[in-house]
Design a protein. Structure first.
Length: 336
C-alpha cells in the first residue's frame, strides 16, 4: 500500500519546519532561514511565514522580513484569524521605518489579470485604486509584472534611502503588449514620480574659523522631493556659541536657510549643495549683527542605519569671496 503523496509532502514540510525552529534557537539564523524556506515551498502556513520573517529579521534582512510578515498577515486573513493578522501587521510596521517604499501604478489595469512581484515578493493590488506597494531594503529594486499571456514586463527602480518612495508608472500599452499608436523613440514607459520624503534633524559640534572657535551645531531637512537618486530639500543649518569673557565675545548664532540639491551615489550616502541666505547675531566687536547675506551649504551624510546618520557640513556666506561659517560634524535621526 502506497503512502499518500500529500501526507508525505506535509510530513516533510513539518520536519523542515522543526529543523528550522531548532536552528533558530541555536542562533544559526542563515541555516534556519533556509529550512523555513524549504518548508514554505512545500506548504504555505501562517507559522512558516511568521518564522521566516523572524529569521530574516535576525539575519539582518529587513526587507525580506517585512515581506514575510505581510505574507503571514494575508495567510491569517484567509484563515479568519484576525488577531494573528493584526499581530503580523504590527511586526511589519515596526521595521517599516528602516525601509523604503516601492509603488507600482499601471494605467487602466485590471488587477486580477496581472501578477506583480516587487523584490521577489508577490504583491496584492490595492482595492480602491489599482496599485501595488511593498517595503524593501534601499537600493536597486527588481519589479516583475506578469501579463495575462504569461509574458513579463520588468523594471529596476532605485529607492535611494530609508523613508523614501519610488513610484513606477507603467503604461497600459506596455502591460497589454499593444504598442502605442505613435511611439516616441527614446521615451521610457516607466517614470520615477517625485515623492515627499521624511524629515531629519541633527545636532553636533563645529568649528567657526572667524574668531569664534567651537560651536554647537544643529541642522534640519524638511519637505524634500525625490527622484530616484536625486532630490531637492529645504535645509536649515546653524551654529551657536557662548560668551567668552577673555575675548569679550558675547553669545551668538549663525544660520543658513535655503533649498539644497541632493545626490545619492549609493543608497546610504548623500552629497548635497545648497544656496540660500546666511545670517547671524553676535557682538559688533566680532563683525556685524543681524545681517543677511547670500549663503551656501555643503553637506556629506552617511546613513549607518535606516534611522540614524552622521554628516560633515559646512555653510557660509558670500562677501568679496566665499567665507565659511561653522564646519561641523553632526549626528542625525529621521522623523517619521
Amino acid at each position: 500500500m502506497h503512502a499518500d503523496p500529500v501526507d508525505e509532502r506535509n510530513a516533510r514540510a513539518d520536519q523542515l519546519f522543526e529543523d528550522g525552529r531548532k536552528l533558530f534557537k541555536e542562533h544559526r539564523y542563515a541555516e534556519a532561514c533556509a529550512r523555513f524556506a524549504e518548508s514554505d515551498a512545500l506548504r504555505h502556513t501562517f507559522g512558516t511565514f511568521a518564522n521566516l520573517a523572524a529569521c530574516a529579521q535576525r539575519n539582518g534582512q529587513r526587507g525580506l522580513a517585512w515581506q514575510r510578515w505581510d505574507d503571514a498577515a494575508r495567510a491569517a486573513d484567509l484563515d479568519g484569524a484576525d488577531s494573528q493578522a493584526q499581530w503580523a501587521r504590527k511586526q511589519a510596521a515596526d521595521i517599516g521605518g528602516d525601509l523604503c517604499t516601492v509603488v507600482v501604478e499601471i494605467a487602466d489595469s485590471k488587477p486580477d489579470t496581472l501578477r506583480v512581484k516587487i523584490a521577489d515578493h508577490v504583491v496584492v493590488a490595492a482595492t480602491k485604486r489599482p496599485s501595488w506597494m511593498a517595503l524593501v531594503d534601499p537600493g536597486v529594486v527588481e519589479v516583475d509584472i506578469t501579463r495575462a499571456d504569461g509574458s513579463h514586463v520588468r523594471r529596476k527602480p532605485t529607492c535611494a534611502a530609508a523613508g523614501e518612495v519610488a513610484t513606477v508608472v507603467v503604461s497600459a500599452e506596455d502591460v497589454t503588449g499593444v504598442p502605442p499608436a505613435a511611439p516616441v523613440a527614446g521615451v521610457a514607459a516607466v517614470a520615477a514620480s517625485p515623492q515627499r520624503r521624511a524629515a531629519d534633524v541633527s545636532v553636533g559640534v563645529g568649528y567657526f574659523p572667524q574668531q569664534v572657535g567651537t560651536t554647537l551645531a544643529f541642522g534640519a531637512t524638511v519637505g524634500g522631493w525625490a527622484w530616484s537618486q536625486i532630490a531637492i530639500d529645504w535645509r536649515l543649518a546653524g551654529g551657536g556659541f557662548l560668551a567668552d569673557q577673555s575675548t569679550g565675545r558675547e553669545p551668538g548664532v549663525i544660520a543658513f536657510l535655503g533649498p539644497s540639491l541632493r545626490y545619492a551615489p549609493v543608497p546610504a550616502l548623500w552629497l548635497a549643495a545648497g544656496a540660500g541666505v546666511t545670517g547671524g547675531l553676535w557682538n559688533e566687536r566680532m563683525g556685524t549683527t543681524g545681517a543677511l547675506r547670500p549663503g551656501f551649504d555643503l553637506r556629506a551624510c552617511y546613513w549607518f542605519t535606516g534611522a540614524f546618520n552622521v554628516s560633515l557640513e559646512g555653510f557660509g556666506f558670500f562677501d568679496d569671496a566665499p567665507s565659511f561659517g561653522p564646519i561641523s560634524v553632526l549626528l542625525g535621526t529621521r522623523l517619521h
